[in-house]
Design a binder for this molecule. Structure first.
Ligand SMILES: [Zn+2]
Ligand SMILES: [Zn+2]
Length: 424
């Protein structure tokens, strides 16, 4: 039969590429731990209602992009298109909304959207996100934004911009929607086709449309002027504190985010090297969502970052990142008779925390050393008949080609401290 292939818009992450993913995750977990955020893992499939109640029936994610199907029991289920709804569902289901304390969560994992695959848009893609519950003040917004800043910085990105806006509270939102609609309605025919439809359903989305006519018409609309004094105060405390912490940002009066549930602070991170799909991630407050999903009325804020986009941006910002060596030491058996001794030596290295590769096939020593060089091993440890007889190992420095003998009983400890000294 013809070989099978992965579905369009999904990708295998092969061993040669996975190192970059692991570095992102390890780095992120370290930083998230410093901020005392805890991981939450939710299922990849949920009852479809989890997303329709949170994102809104009319949201484009739901109507155009969600993987929706009936399971064998006739239930309507969906592959998660984003992380927040599942986390809120879990939060309410386990009664965490009834505890008085602030909860700080993060998640990492795949999300699914049935859209036309293109650069920066996949059907299965990966996000890292955080959600903080039960903390309403502006300083919580600042903490979340500084965490986002540290993550991007920790990953080694440099050419990103944090854009910030306030969408106001729910009452403000109604007023803003009316105001934008009233301002744009007389010019309806100058709007693009999508935005003519948005004028009824969600006029705020017109503000972030990239079509020339729409950009032209929405110029001069500033959401900050339309929000209430309390929301304005909240926003200015956020921006003042960010300045005090030296976290750079840009005010973007047209930033609205795609989803209905956002309130007050909303933000996005864009990267200059990414082309049309230039957003690395974004988020904001969603003070009404927990209640909307059947929980108590508590505030919340979060963000999500697209990991494929981060990797693309890293290629722009740090194109010559050296791959990590596959192993530190390569153990070579001169003839098949020494393979068991080589295995035992490699095991001893691994137990003491040194990555070791051992060749298990019958290969001439020269070819093994070539392979060791290809794997960027720092040292090759050679075991032949003579070494076994003497209770020794030949150590070859792969950079200089120098060789010397070590006693078999002391070699692991010696190499370990040498490798540690070199990595400093
Ligand atoms: Zn308000
Ligand atoms: Zn438009």
């Amino acid at each position: 039969m013809a070989p099978l292939k992965a579905l369009g818009g999904t990708s295998d992450i092969l061993p040669g590429e996975v190192g970059a993913w692991q570095r992102l995750e390890v780095q992120a977990r370290r930083i998230l731990h410093l901020y005392r955020y805890q991981e939450i893992r939710t299922p990849l499939i949920e009852e479809a209602a989890v997303f329709t109640t949170s994102l809104g029936e009319a949201a484009e994610i739901v109507t155009k992009q969600m993987y929706l199907f009936e399971d064998r029991g006739g239930r309507s289920v969906a592959l998660r298109p984003e992380g927040t709804a599942s986390v809120v569902r879990a939060f309410v289901e386990h009664g965490l909304d009834k505890t008085a304390s602030v909860s700080r969560f993060y998640y990492v994992g795949p999300m699914f959207r049935a859209e036309r695959p293109q650069a920066g848009r996949r059907r299965q893609f990966h996000q890292l996100g955080v959600e903080v519950f039960a903390s309403a003040g502006p300083y919580q917004d600042v903490e979340v934004l500084s965490l986002l800043h540290r993550l991007l910085e920790g990953w080694g990105l440099s050419a990103w911009v944090l854009k910030l806006n306030s969408l106001g509270c729910r009452e403000d939102r109604k007023r803003i929607v009316e105001r934008v609609r009233a301002k744009l309605a007389p010019h309806r025919t100058k709007l693009c086709e999508d935005c003519q439809a948005r004028l009824e359903k969600n006029p705020l989305r017109i503000l972030d449309c990239k079509e020339k006519g729409c950009v032209e018409l929405s110029r001069g609309v500033d959401l900050l002027e339309a929000i209430c004094p309390t929301c304005r105060q909240h926003f200015s405390q956020v921006t003042e504190t960010l300045k005090a912490l030296q976290i750079p940002f840009e005010r973007d009066p047209h930033l609205v985010r795609g989803l209905d549930y956002y309130t007050r602070t909303a933000f996005e991170v864009v990267h200059g090297g990414l082309g049309a799909q230039n957003a690395l991630g974004g988020g904001g407050r969603y003070d009404g969502l927990v209640e909307q999903m059947g929980g108590t009325a508590i505030p919340a804020i979060g963000f999500a970052v697209g990991l494929e986009r981060v990797l693309m941006a890293l290629e722009v910002d740090r194109p010559n990142e050296a791959p990590e060596p596959l192993s530190s030491v390569y153990v070579a058996a001169v003839s098949p008779a020494e393979i068991p001794s080589a295995l035992s030596l490699a095991e001893e290295f691994r137990r003491s925390g040194v990555a070791a590769f051992v060749n298990l096939e019958e290969r001439p020593l020269g070819r093994q050393l070539k392979q060791a060089a290809g794997m960027q091993a720092k040292y090759a440890l050679i075991l032949g008949q003579e070494e076994i007889k003497e209770g020794a190992v030949t150590v070859r420095d792969m950079n200089s080609g120098e060789q010397h003998r070590e006693s078999r009983s002391a070699v692991v400890e010696k190499m370990k401290s040498q490798l540690r000294a070199e990595s400093k």
